[in-house]
Design a protein around this ligand. Structure first.
Ligand SMILES: [Zn+2]
Length: 212
């Protein structure tokens, strides 16, 4: 199977997995993956991640021009900003999953990292989770805000909206997204109870043992 056909079918399979796990609902959320020639496969506009077909998946140039398939998601422009800013990125996942969106609607004193490092897996996979200011859907200024934040973070949370996560592969991006959602769930389960996030020393040891 060609690289493109393989990635198209992977987007369909993993989209259904996310939908069935209730991490995506309705036509919300989008997945993308970069091909070796620099073009990008992205889920189509108004599509349900649970019911995709490989031929429908859009292929766009790095500048966003439609090359093949259905018209891309209206949110494709911030996927492109992530790829542009992070050359090693192979895939981007953006969903509106309940617990992560709930965190995005809270007031945060510090927006550099809006989820505590409760577990080693969150620290290793997600790392810092900066909050990006709110922009109305479709506002191109969001691409600039995402690009700026992507200089120092591979994961981020859009205020009153949801996370964007990038990684080398689609599988890795999805594992990271799932870790983020599970940590957000833990954050609410713990609520006001005193918690013990990983210390700066524990985080430094993790970074030394598992450099990204
Ligand atoms: Zn969205």
């Amino acid at each position: 199977m060609s690289e493109e056909a393989d990635l198209r079918s992977k987007i369909v399979r993993l989209g259904a997995l996310l939908y069935n796990r209730q991490l995506a609902h309705g036509s919300a959320g989008n997945l993308s993956a970069r091909l070796a020639d620099g073009s990008i496969l992205v889920t189509p506009t108004n599509s349900c991640l649970g019911m995709l077909h490989p031929d429908q998946v859009s292929r766009v140039s790095a500048a966003g021009e439609l090359l093949d398939g259905d018209p891309p998601s209206k949110e494709a422009f911030f996927h492109l900003a992530m790829y542009e800013e992070r050359p090693r990125t192979g895939a981007v996942v953006h969903l509106h999953s309940t617990y992560a969106v709930a965190v995005s609607c809270m007031c945060h004193d510090c927006t550099d990292d809006v989820l505590p490092p409760l577990t080693a897996y969150h620290a290793m996979r997600v790392g810092k989770l900066p909050l990006v200011d709110y922009y109305r859907p479709g506002d191109r200024a969001l691409a600039d805000a995402v690009r700026k934040t992507a200089r120092n973070a591979h994961s981020m949370l859009l205020a009153n909206h949801g996370p964007i996560v990038s990684a080398k592969s689609l599988e890795q991006a999805i594992y990271t997204y799932e870790e983020l959602e599970e940590t957000a769930k833990l954050f609410f389960i713990l609520g006001d109870r005193p918690t013990r996030p990983l210390s700066a020393q524990a985080l430094a040891e993790l970074n030394a043992a598992f450099p990204s």
